[in-house]
Design a protein around this ligand. Structure first.
Ligand code: HEM
Length: 358
């Protein structure tokens, strides 16, 4: 789990001293890449390379982003929907009724199985599952990059020596600005596309099971109105805000030697998603909400590249759940950490979730 500052967590574990809040200010800041730069070194305790394209500013950002985009566009991911469905069906039939923890035994392995489909690497799925929800704590409670880096180095070596028709081989030979990318650039790209979409999607899938287990009427509404599944997913994304904040630097770090300590600014997606001037009754999870300009995927040039992956996986999962006819309720033994104050109804983290079949 990323370190907590200013009451919420930011995804690159950097101590921000200022925070930008509110829907309008958050969107403006995310668009203003000259004032609020992504040229920064996050997670300095566990890595010494940039995550790409996350920690690169335009215009260079665009070169990497354009090279990666074809792997994540809607038509590419839609082709995988039958495999996502097979995976969802298996977990709904075999794991949901088993009474085991949904986070570690259902959501995490399902999301990793789907990732194995997306990257055509079924042979890596068991290892990805063994890391748990965060790749930085794969070996135990302490943050450590060794396990992730050993894996990334092994796939890099394999991609260089014995190229296959998979994303890693293609990325390892990627040409940016007229040269093939370096080993560190490979690490930077591979780590974010491998590790970026795990705890976030796991929270979304877990949160969907939590919400529909407590609100069977909403589940019945979707059964009768399947055309509203996509809108329900957007509302789950808003309410759960799986990535609550990101950090920007007021000084691009690769441009100067002396860096001021107070350069980091935290941009709170969470505050944007619960802004009462934009969302009516924001503290209610309302799947019938019509207008939903949430900022869970960010905004501007760094908008999440995995948004279609997330939406299609979630849609297939919810559709399969509806078709299965299964009904469940949430057990009190679940460990859910909620935010406080007006957000006391909003789950910050699902440590575990247990269900009982009805
Ligand atoms: C519920 C699911 C997800 C959420 C809430 C989420 C959230 C975000 C957010 C807020 C950003 C913007 C960061 C910034 O502005 O600095 C982002 C960027 C990114 N996400 Fe996601 N993400 C999710 C799933 C995924 C998945 C499934 C993948 C890949 C398989 C992924 C890969 C990335 C990458 C590569 C970036 C960097 C984009 C860039 O800098 O141009 N994400 N994500």
């Amino acid at each position: 789990m990323a370190e907590t500052f200013l009451g919420i967590t930011n995804a690159v574990n950097v101590p921000a001293s200022h925070e930008i809040t509110g829907h309008k200010s958050v969107r403006e800041a995310l668009r203003n890449t000259e004032k609020y730069s992504s040229d920064l070194q996050g997670d300095a305790d566990v890595r010494d390379y940039r995550q790409i394209p996350l920690e690169v500013d335009p215009p260079r950002h665009h070169l990497y982003r354009a090279a990666l985009a074809p792997y994540f566009v809607k038509p590419t991911i839609e082709k995988m929907a039958p495999d996502f469905r097979k995976n969802s069906q298996e977990f709904i039939d075999q794991v949901l009724p088993s009474g085991t923890d949904i986070v570690s035994s259902f959501a995490l392995p399902l999301v990793m199985r789907n990732l194995g489909v997306i990257y055509n690497r079924p042979q890596d799925v068991a290892e990805w599952i063994s890391w748990g929800t965060s790749a930085w704590t794969a070996g135990g409670p302490e943050r450590n990059g060794d396990i992730l880096h050993r894996h990334l180095d092994a796939i890099y070596e394999e991609a260089i020596k014995n190229p296959k028709k998979d994303i890693w081989s293609e990325i390892a030979r990627l040409e940016i600005e007229g040269r093939v990318i370096t080993h560190d650039e490979f690490r930077g790209i591979a780590s974010v596309i491998l590790a970026g979409g795990r705890d976030t999607v796991v929270k979304l899938i877990t949160g969907a099971i939590w919400h529909f287990g407590r609100n069977p009427d909403d589940f019945e509404y979707l059964r009768q109105n399947p055309d509203r599944i996509d809108a329900a997913i957007q509302e789950l994304l808003r309410f759960l805000t799986p990535n609550p904040a990101m950090v920007r630097s007021t000084v691009p770090e690769s441009t100067v030697k002396e860096l001021p300590d107070d350069r980091y600014v935290q941009i709170s997606f969470l505050s944007g998603n619960f802004d009462e001037t934009v969302f009516e009754k924001p503290f209610e999870l309302n799947i019938r909400r019509e207008r939903n300009p949430h900022v869970s995927f960010g905004f501007g040039p760094h908008t999440c590249i995995g948004n279609h992956v997330t939406e299609i996986e979630a849609r297939v999962f919810i559709q399969t759940l509806l078709d299965s006819g299964i009904r469940w309720e949430i057990s009190d033994s679940s460990k859910i950490h909620f935010y406080s104050g007006p957000m006391a109804s909003v789950p910050a983290e699902f440590e575990s979730l247990f269900v009982r079949i009805r």
